[in-house]
Design a protein around this ligand. Structure first.
Ligand code: ATP
Ligand code: MG
Length: 238
């Protein structure tokens, strides 16, 4: 079994919270309200993964399964410019797969496994993990089936992580107000099934003056805690 690698978030404080960065061979879940910068963190991870290992990267290509059509190449370009790396070369290494529905999303993981036989892919992002599932499986009657498929999807992702010694980052929106179906607003959609398969779970929220706060929850080997980071034109920084 290959040694676990760590992928930098771009913020020292955030990396330290995670024990050096996002770990390969596991799934890291970012959950939070709209605008809590889940997607921004994903963009930064995508750029960082293309960096050499001595710079906290994985020297690899990236697959992004984009379920909400939120990928913005010009944002990647901004982040590359700050880091002094070629935006076009970086964008060539970031492969975007639009998922049109939950079934398609599940299928794209199989396609990713195929692609990873030909090119080195050590970061896969699913942004958002739960949006299609949330809109397609409505009401309590659909809950069991939704959880079952989501559970299998998570295991497929974990398999990709193991086979490719890859980092998996997924996002999960939480409601800003408690609602009848999901209850506690800090409880991520997908509930326990997603929670138990993800190795690292990070709750993101807005702080003051453009700051963002990351809270590590339920880590197997790190204490719970918080880190403050910035999201600016340059990307994710301290
Ligand atoms: P959702 O749940 O709706 O997908 P999210 O958690 O993915 O939300 P993001 O889209 O990552 O949220 O965050 C949007 C925020 O990122 C903006 O409100 C802004 O504060 C910040 N942001 C985006 N682009 C820039 C930029 N170029 N410079 C500075 N901040 C930016
Ligand atoms: Mg988003």
């Amino acid at each position: 079994r290959a040694a676990v690698s760590k992928l930098t978030t771009g913020s020292k404080a955030f990396d330290e919270l995670l024990g050096g960065g996002l770990e390969s061979q596991s799934i890291t879940e970012f959950f939070g309200e709209f605008g809590s910068c889940k997607t921004q963190v994903c963009f930064q991870l995508a750029v960082n993964a293309t960096l050499p290992e001595e710079k906290g990267g994985l020297d690899s290509d990236v697959i992004i399964i984009d379920t909400e059509n939120t990928f913005r190449p010009e944002r990647i370009t901004q982040m590359c410019n700050y880091l002094g790396v070629d935006p076009d070369e970086t964008l060539k290494r970031i492969h975007i797969a639009r998922a049109f529905n939950s079934q398609h999303q599940v299928l794209l993981v199989d396609k990713a496994l195929e692609l990873a036989k030909d090119i080195k892919v050590r970061l896969m992002i699913v942004d958002s993990l739960t949006s299609h599932f949330r809109s397609e499986y409505l009401g309590r009657g659909a809950l069991a089936e939704r959880q079952q498929i989501l559970n299998r999807h998570m295991h497929d992702l974990l398999n990709f992580a193991t086979v490719n010694n890859a980092v998996i980052a997924v996002t999960n929106q939480v409601a800003s107000k408690p609602d009848a179906f999901f209850g506690d607003p800090t409880r991520p959609i997908g509930g326990h099934v997603v929670g138990h398969t993800a190795t690292f779970r990070i709750y993101l929220r807005k702080g003051k003056a453009g700051k963002r706060i990351a809270r590590l929850i339920d880590s197997p080997n790190m204490p719970e805690g918080e880190a403050v980071f910035m999201v600016t034109e340059n990307g994710i920084t301290d």
